[in-house]
Ligand binder design. Structure first.
Ligand code: MSP
Length: 521
């Protein structure tokens, strides 16, 4: 923890451990990672949390199906989720499991706070429940199912009728305060489509929420009444503060990092984060998060990923096909963040070849090999900028500020568009300046042009670090930029490439991917 830096706390949803991770999960973690890396480079003290959601009926049912204990299921799949993080260069600071003691302790403390505030009462629940979504649904939200005992939720999940004793949270008391929160903080929920959906749901009236179950025991026991386990969503949402040590002897992280700057969530779980979570926190008199931002859903080659269709893209196949940088880039560059997307192999390959191999890769390869050949492998002398040079340099120096605005608005695609617009400008600049021609005609000018390009590439590589950390670092290595000089604060003339500095021999950074060959294989 760095006391001198401003805190920034970002979270992913915690993943259900009822199956193996797939591309959809990688997507959410990569998006959060790009923001976390960006804010670190912008000088913030970042805390980036991810983890696994291990209680509830869904996991209990998976254990039954596999014929092993729920604990064994959670150990198995939680590890699978943990293992993929380093493969995609996810730079999380912590990984929380909801079966850990530290988490259960915080859940029980929060529960007691809610109880003390008079926000919890005991009653009987009778209504529809979807195990797949771990959610209660109102009659008016459902359509008829295949038989009388089954209804279908808007998400497509099957709902069954449930009747049992249950503790309730007085959610209905928070309707006005929630609407006020949304009105006073227009950016609390994003994107706009999610915000309107949540707002109209709350306006239509909130019912008290059942927050405990008695018909199975795979959950955190309710303090003072262990016939009940907590409803998995009150348990799951609490991860965001249990990981910070809320209610523990040492709660320094909580003091520094709460409230979260952004909870990234999938669009189908916005309701839990933007309604229940702030209401629980308000009841416990704790600060609410700054922002809930929903990502859309990927389908693959036009179809929903499903085991039965056999079209699930596994993390390993992403890595085999595109590598870590390539996967990260393709997932984020393709669609406006927040929208649904159709992942196609052709689209991913075109992006990687177009923007990485031909775009940034070619720009640095062309420049660095010309420097190696024509400037004795040393950063050339800058003989003074002409208008075109200054325009390119000004554009690249302006990137940190523009991009931070996009990142703060969780417009990840706009951040990438802005950086790659300058990659395009730099490639156009090479073509117009044609340094290969200047070699004979005007070597001084050639030096300046190559200097401008080296400086532009240095800044572009720093800007690209959050999304393609491997390739961007490799470019910075080729420019011999010290590790400590790779922050956004180094983008500017004070840290410009050093004239006369000998550079290592250049080599290609982003290989092209062959679409046809791969498909044939
Ligand atoms: N356990 C809950 C979250 C609790 S947070 C307090 C949960 N888990 S999940 O494993 O089902 O989903 C985790 C995230 O993965 C969600 O944000 C979801 O949107 C995301 N994705 C799962 N499949 C996806 C796609 N096909 N495309 C994009 N993201 C999707 O919900």
């Amino acid at each position: 923890m760095d006391k001198n830096k401003q805190p920034f706390y970002i979270t992913t949803p915690i993943y259900y451990v009822n199956g193996e991770p797939h591309m959809g999960h990688v997507y959410t973690s990569v998006a959060a990672d790009v923001i976390a890396r960006f804010k670190r480079l912008a000088g913030y003290d970042v805390y980036f949390l991810t983890g696994t959601d291990e209680h509830g009926q869904k996991v209990a049912q998976t254990a039954d199906k596999l014929g092993i204990t729920p604990q064994a299921v959670t150990d198995l799949y939680s590890q699978a989720f943990r293992d993929i993080l380093p493969l995609f260069d996810i730079s999380n600071d912590d990984f929380i499991r909801t079966t850990e003691e530290r988490h259960k302790k915080t859940c029980q403390i929060l529960w007691q706070k809610l109880e003390e505030a008079g926000a919890i009462y005991l009653d009987k629940y009778a209504g529809w429940y979807a195990v797949r979504d771990e959610a209660f649904y109102g009659e008016d939200e459902l359509t008829d199912g295949p038989d009388q005992d089954t209804k279908i939720a808007p998400s497509g999940a099957e709902c069954k009728w449930v009747e049992e004793e249950s503790y309730f949270f007085r959610l209905s008391d928070y309707q006005d305060r929630l609407l006020e929160l949304y009105a006073n903080n227009p950016d609390f929920i994003g994107p706009k489509s999610s915000r309107s959906e949540i707002e109209s749901f709350v306006k239509s009236g909130l019912k008290d929420l059942s927050i405990s179950r008695t018909t199975f025991d795979w959950g955190v026991p309710v303090p003072g009444d262990d016939k009940h386990v907590m409803y998995v969503w009150i348990d799951a949402l609490t991860n965001y503060i249990s990981a910070l040590g809320y209610g523990h002897d040492n709660s320094d992280l909580y003091t520094k990092f709460w409230p979260a700057d952004v909870h990234l969530v999938g669009k189908e779980i916005t309701r839990f984060h933007a309604i229940y979570w702030p209401a629980f926190l308000m009841a416990a008199e704790l600060p609410v998060p700054q922002k809930i931002y929903a990502n859309g859903w990927w389908v693959v080659e036009g179809q929903k990923m499903s085991k039965s269709l056999g079209n699930v893209i596994t993390p390993q196949s992403l890595l085999d096909d595109y590598g870590s940088d390539g996967s990260r880039f393709a997932l984020l560059r393709e669609i406006p963040f927040g929208n649904d997307g159709n992942f196609t192999r052709e689209g991913a390959v075109n992006r990687i070849n177009g923007d990485l191999a031909n775009g940034l890769g070619n720009l640095s390869q062309r420049t660095l090999s010309m420097i190696a050949k024509n400037c004795d492998g040393k950063v050339p002398v800058n003989n003074g900028y002409e208008a075109a040079d200054q325009a390119l340099i000004d554009a690249v120096y302006a990137l940190p500020r523009t991009c931070e605005t996009h990142i703060d608005a969780v417009q990840l695609h706009k951040y990438l568009e802005s950086v790659w617009a300058i990659v395009g400008e730099a490639n156009a600049y090479i073509d117009v300046q044609a340094p290969w021609k200047l070699k004979k005609e005007d070597p001084d000018r050639m030096n300046t042009v190559l200097y401008v390009l080296a400086e532009t590439i240095r800044c572009l590589a720093i800007m690209a670090l959050p999304v393609i950390p491997r390739g961007a670092n490799a470019i910075l290595d080729q420019l011999d930029i010290a590790q400590d000089d790779r922050q956004f604060s180094h983008i500017g003339s004070n840290y410009a490439v050093t004239q006369g500095q000998t550079l290592p021999a250049p080599s290609g950074v982003f290989p092209r991917i062959e679409l046809v060959k791969e498909e044939a294989a």
